[in-house]
Design a protein around this ligand. Sequence first.
Ligand code: ZN
Length: 291
Amino acid sequence: MHKIGIDLGGTKIEGILLDEKYNTIQRKRIETHQENGYDSIVKSMVSLVNELKEKTGEKTSVGICTPGVTNAKSGLIKNSNTQCLIGMPLKNDIENALGHEIVMENDANCFTLAESSLGSAKGYDVVFGVIMGTGVGGGIVINGTLHKGRTNIAGEWGHHTIRPDGNECYCGKQGCVEAYISGPALEKRWLEVTRKKEPLKSIVQDLSSEKADQWKKELLENFGIGLANVIDVLDPDVIVLGGGVSNIPFLYDEGKKAVYDKVFSDSIETPILKNSLGDSAGVFGACLLNG
Ligand SMILES: [Zn+2]
């Protein structure tokens, strides 16, 4: 069976059609146009699926990667940075429009599935996939299968509390991992420490000053605590990093050491790897939701 994967992002919707060997038959990107509202996003996604279906005479499965989690009971989207989706029955509405079932998962789960099957984490049994971007999320794949958990929140390490009286998080708690090591949190902290407003990309170009050193030490400390907590519970065979923050080179040597220093074991050797699929993890992961 051919597979269609759709990756719904805040600014673009990407669709891909793969054959059974995961070769790309067709790929297309369109604008999300959040400003036109929920109905228009659903319409765009459905017409993209239908357009891809026309490129094949075969039966197709459809998987969708979304920002935010679908509530396991109600089927409504929650915790999405594409805010017009919040509280909406996205899966149901797309299924009604297409006339058949689809599979839908959040972006961190799709990322982990893609990297464990086709990317850097291929060949490892227990994979913890990390997204460090606008938000911080994670997913768990065990022997090729997504581990979602009883309430669909398995892997959500971004909202572990690392500082009970710390930075406020949009989720209502204080001191979440996300409130320290997401891209926006790191840029905000840089502004506080150096009084300079800079994007993360340029921040990490030159970390030679004393203030930059402080910023980096804090990042390493928080990254170390966050991932050491995950290893202590899951002890994965590999951790693979994605999202804009994963482009910081020192996470793979000094960052890894900061994690190892805090793990409850004296013989830790868990590989911490950079993703290899980049932005494509979403669409491939969406396809893989259907096996
Ligand atoms: Zn939080």
